[in-house]
Unconditional design. Sequence first.
Length: 471
Amino acid sequence: MAGQTVYDKVWSDHEVGVREDGESLLYIDLQLLHEVTSPQAFEGLALNHRPLWRTGANLATPDHNVPTERRSEGLAGIDDPVAHEQVVTLDANCKAYGVTQFDILDKRQGIVHVVGPEQGATMPGMTVVCGDSHTSTHGAFAALAQGIGTSEVEHVMATQCLAQRKAGNFAIETTGRLSEGVYAKDLVLAIIARLGTAGATAHTLEYRGEAVQALSMEGRMTLCNMAIEAGARAGMVAVDDTTLEYVHGRPFAPVGQMWDQAETYWRTLVSDDDAVFDRMERFDATALAPFVTWGTSPELGVPVDGAIPNPDREADPVKAESIRLALAYMGLSADQPITDIQLDRVFIGSCTNARIEDLRAVAQVVRGRKVAGRIKQALVVPGSGLVKAQAEAEGIADVLIEAGFDWRDAGCSMCLAMNPDKLGPGEHCASTSNRNFEGRQGHAGRTHLVSPAMAAAAAIAGHFVDVREWI
């Protein structure tokens, strides 16, 4: 029998059976819930008089629509009536069904994909789902984590299973280590630039090799978070000491003998030496430079010391036209150096880059400096209330406020235009989030994806700079 990949192992451990149509039923260990995609699912349960199959397998927190100001006012601080109704409905549903929720006034509230790992609710070898595409974040723990639709949220609530066809195995093999000033965000943007946004369709990515093994769990979560942007079903990283050290001692993690038993199993969650991958791509991390996206898709990115592509030199007419359209929307010119792009706003946050490691990197860059006068707003939004408290305890918040950054409460914030934090038409934003689609951060807003350190340096300079020269 051929060896198995990490994905193969987790899949086989959770496969309940195979249906006549060829789809498998997968048992789901954890479902994360938020205010946007859960109301219809709860309503479906109520209309059909169904209970939750396993109440303790659900964990909820509001994140997408919550404002990042006036948090002390709780629900009264939500001005938008739709957002208010969604958060109130989540509260009511969690109380009615006995689901553990970190509500808007709970210090543990935050972005679901920050809260799950932070609490130890996400553990190695789990199957994890959420009505949010970036659930792939949790794959950093060798968990099979996937975003699902609202009807599937209800299906998992009622049956604890998900119907799905198995994906192919795709290895991202890295060599070398990232140099100083280059981060996991740069690596994943480089990967997406090569693969394209559909390059990993119908596959699960496994990030492997020296560069990945050298990353912290925060860095690995960034890689897996954006696996979906390459078209992958999910992203995963094998278990090692770094994984176990992160999980140990967290509130939901096992203790004592249960920990010992779990660790024995978790250490098997590595791909076998003779495991077969359907596809493989190799990346040398050593020479990688910080990346910046210039267009309207995560695949449209180049190193910061490069320039915007010229469609007249693109042989593929379809690609050439897509470049022209992106340039028109972004208000940029072919062959324009990336460092010439002037910025209006900076957003540091999201489920991609709002953990304590990210904020430490930002503070390292901005300490003793000031936000440029042309920047209308430099917004820093921690991924959870606990991240915010830790940043304040470490003095990071003081450094950011002194530099002129706007220090906020936890939430999805300007990652997407579903709350008060939005871009204005035509504004350019250096963003640590995961998507730069047209209008993603606000109507006619222009988003450039970068690492937290790159965003911090851009806020100080007013335009993109190579952060490697700043640290």
